[in-house]
Design a protein around this ligand. Structure first.
Ligand code: ACO
Length: 327
């Protein structure tokens, strides 16, 4: 079938729970500052024993089981991440861990928009009839890349993985509309950038050799951008689908900041009961945050079959996107 349905979800997170109080012991901050500005209370942080690939495979396994499939039936695996275990990509490693022997696997990078972009990418392969069963994973381990002495960034991020299974169906299409955007003119507001030093190989040639620098962010710019652009993208998707905001059951935003989620809900005239949020427990898990929140809401029975979900990811790039789908 060439209609798209999401038929399973799953998630995984590192064992260690790190509280705001823990953070106040390593940088000058407080539970009061962090929770009032962001809504975050705890986050999970990966130990050296835990890898992005393992967490992703666990999340994917749970999603595949919910969909009632076996790993060998998967055609495609898309891993949305900015923090792979290996810069050459981690999707193939995950394919191996899953035993998804028929599947082709690749990484996709779009920061905190990564999951939404990957979901939309998966849908195109299904709609063209090329692939039937696709696993979409959003996973990040930003704890590896924050400057743990910079209180303006290190308090915000947590680690985790979430996954969904998208399948082709014969009747209907449960992905009603989507939107995707980039604005590279604001690229410098959020970066995890390579910084090299010149190294002479021969007289005429200097190559660059170095490493990635910790995350840098202009928090206020990103905040303003998100509150302005996310409602716009969701409204465009709603217009495309012929949907009004009262028909939306759940707002499922990238979990960057509770205040951003509240402001977006307000602009869309959605009551706060319709906002899916688990930022209090996980912090900002980048590409993982949307499928992590979805999985929790599905497994606790909050999100029911048929519910209409407006999802939106936004972040570095800058990038942002929205997807309207029925669970
Ligand atoms: N603890 C205590 N004080 C702090 C901390 C901290 N952890 N961090 C900053 N402060 C101080 C600042 O130094 C500043 O002090 P000053 O007034 O003396 O200079 C004061 O608190 C206020 O700082 P602001 O940056 O103005 O605080 P703001 O209310 O804007 O909140 C925040 C900051 C939470 C980062 C907010 O701007 C935000 O959420 N922005 C969006 C960020 C975001 O979503 N990023 C992720 C995008 S997703 C991705 O792609 C990875």
């Amino acid at each position: 079938g060439t209609g798209v349905a999401i038929t399973g979800c799953g998630s995984a997170a590192p064992k260690a729970v790190f509280t705001n109080h823990h953070l106040s012991q390593i940088v000058e901050t407080s539970d009061e500052w962090i929770s009032s500005r962001t809504g975050m209370k705890t986050r999970r942080l990966a130990s050296t024993q835990e890898s992005l690939s393992q967490m992703s495979a666990e999340a994917a396994q749970n999603a595949i089981a919910m969909a009632g499939l076996s790993a060998t039936e998967i055609d495609l695996i898309i891993l949305a991440t900015s923090t792979p275990d290996d810069l050459f990509g981690s999707a193939s490693k995950i394919q191996g861990l899953l035993g998804a022997t028929r599947a082709v696997a690749f990484d996709l990078t779009a920061a905190c928009s990564g999951f939404v972009f990957a979901l939309i990418t998966a849908a195109q392969y299904i709609r063209t009839g090329v692939y039937q069963n696709v696993v979409v994973i959003g996973a990040d381990v930003l704890s590896r890349w924050v400057d743990w002495s910079d209180r303006t960034t290190c308090v915000l991020f947590g680690d985790g993985a979430g996954a969904v299974v998208c399948q082709g169906i014969d009747t209907g299409d449960r992905l009603l509309a989507f939107e995707m955007y980039s604005d590279g003119s604001q690229n410098n507001s959020l970066n995890l950038a390579y910084q090299g030093q010149a190294k002479s190989l021969v007289e005429e040639l200097e190559v660059s050799s170095g490493t990635y620098q910790p995350i840098t962010m202009n928090g206020r710019e990103v905040y303003r951008f998100a509150v302005a652009k996310v409602p716009e993208a969701i409204e465009k998707a709603m217009f495309r689908a012929g949907i009004t905001s009262d028909q939306i059951d759940w707002l499922l935003l990238h979990q960057a900041n509770q205040r951003i989620m509240d402001a977006v809900a307000k602009r869309l005239k959605l009551p706060s009961e319709k906002v899916l949020s688990n930022i209090e427990k996980y912090g900002n898990t980048s590409a993982a945050s949307i499928p992590l929140a979805l999985d929790e809401a599905v497994r606790t029975g909050k999100v029911q079959a048929g519910d209409l979900i407006a999802a939106s990811g936004f972040g570095a790039g800058l990038t942002w996107g929205a997807a309207l789908f029925h669970w």
